[in-house]
Design a protein. Sequence first.
Lengths: 322, 324
Amino acid sequence: MSPLIFFIIRRLIQYVPMILVVIIVTFLLVRLAPGDPTYILVGEVGDESFVKAMRERLGLDRPLYDQFVIYISNVFRGDLGYSYLRSEPVAKLIVERIPATLLLVLTAMFISALVGIIVGTIAAARRGVADLTLSTLSIIGISIPYFWLGQIILIVFAVWLGIFPLGGMVSVGYEYQGLEYFLDVLYHLTLPAMTLAIFNIAFTTKITRGSVLEALTQDYIVTARAKGIPESRVVFRHALRNALIPVVTYTGFNTGVLLVGAILTETVFAWPGMGSLLYDSIRLRDYPVVLGIFIYGSIIVILANLIVDVLYGIIDPRIRLR
Amino acid sequence: MNDSKILEISNLTTYYYTSRGIVRAVDGVTLYVKRGESIAIVGESGSGKSTLAFTIMRLLPDNAQIVNGNIWLYPEKIDLVRLSNDEMRKVRGRRIGMIFQDPMTFLNPVMKVGDQIAEAIMYHHGYTKTEARRKAVELLEKLRIPDAANVASRYPHQLSGGMKQRVIIAIAVSCNPELLIADEPTTALDVTVQAEVLELLRRLIQELGMSLILVTHDLGIVAEICNRVTIMYAGKIVEIGETYSLYRNPKHPYTIGLLNAVPTIHKSSSEVGGIKGNPPDLVNPPTGCRFNPRCPYAFERCIREEPPLIEVNNDRAVACWLVV
């Protein structure tokens, strides 16, 4: 296992400059956007001296590069600053909300990988009507935007049918413990996770189908069939295993897209994660929180890709960890 | 060796349906294999010899179809052409094993070779995974692979070409099939490894009492292990006979050309004859004898009428009007 640990450590070191670049780019991007947090804090018609005092307090009166140097040196000391609006440390705000987002994103990722891989493989193995139906459904799935889908799902399942809660992560006022708490969260999780998963199920299905179809044309499939083993084993054990690399690549790659999707989904379902925090912070120009979330987000994406790299080696022994 | 048949092919016809038209890859082939016998099917690429092998296994690609004929497997005389997919699955691996041409591409790259060998044993004999794996190691030992247990736990990319071909052979014989079909088993190998693998194959079929159908374009390896030879040209059998007699005294002009094309140490390269022209397009094969456009002896009847396989004596049949 030591080569694996060595590989992970080397990768982590390589990621440090990447995170630095992420910070620089997002710092500049956030400042490029019009709007000024000072006016949001003091109001549009604030007294001129009050505005000036506020700018000084926030450090926004200094030149941009000064602000950047101060920010970056703080970040490397582990200090993400204070929220302009909530008067709380950014790190605390984010860490409080990260578990909810991770729960949502990982659930959606798991569901979409599981369902997408199975459906995609079946579509590839059974040509004809089944394939056509599944492929058409996945095109529809890919074409639907999250925010619209979320609203429709909310209306149908929570408003009309009333079988799922309208939003939030726990039932307010019940103070559930243990298993009851877990089930309550699961109950609240269903609709947002479904919303987030549908697009990904569709995409994973398409990628898996193409990849399995390609694998099924390979010579070793003929060898497997010549052994007289059941076709299901030929497809799932021989073809799918070889087809998995593009699927895993996509799933890892897509972590970022899912995080973005989570922002919209969380907003629709009032899910108390990073997404709704980011949405509010962008709207109100709460720079430190926005930057902090970007940094955490990029770390999550980078870690996801590290996991993908490790998975490559497990799936395909020809890929050596270097 | 007794004279009972193990496989009989009658009027077998396999077509490929392509965008260019129907390719008549195997067109009315009749053939039998006796128990314990090794028979070669020789021809150039595109002669239909590999299609014939894959037809017997019913492992044809989606665009190919068996149009006509029977493949009887003895002693029950079951017709493989009419067998359901599930029943055919029980024949594959268990009763007919197949060795493929390219060890680089015919092994699953992400599966340990031991597991690939064990797979068929598990399914056909109902062994547990552990038992089947142990069997796989024994099989590798039988194929004279040093440190077999270690090799079994490796992946194909960690093995040499010759080693991989032995693994392919091990997969094919893992369930002791009565019949082995080898499709160009040594073509992709180095010359030195070819001889080794061939020797191994010969010993194996002798020890296990298997019959062999060897598909090849290499007349040299045929002489080493096969009792009888079938020469195929453009989807049809043109000559069939006992190996040595056919080599000494070929009757069909195509067989003569084929044997002349083999370089020997006594011939300088300018003396090595070839056969003029190219194999015909099987979408629009020539009328009459399919060899007539390339045949130095062709006459009017060859263009007009297709010659049947004519028995010239009890161990030879030739599809040529010259022998009439």
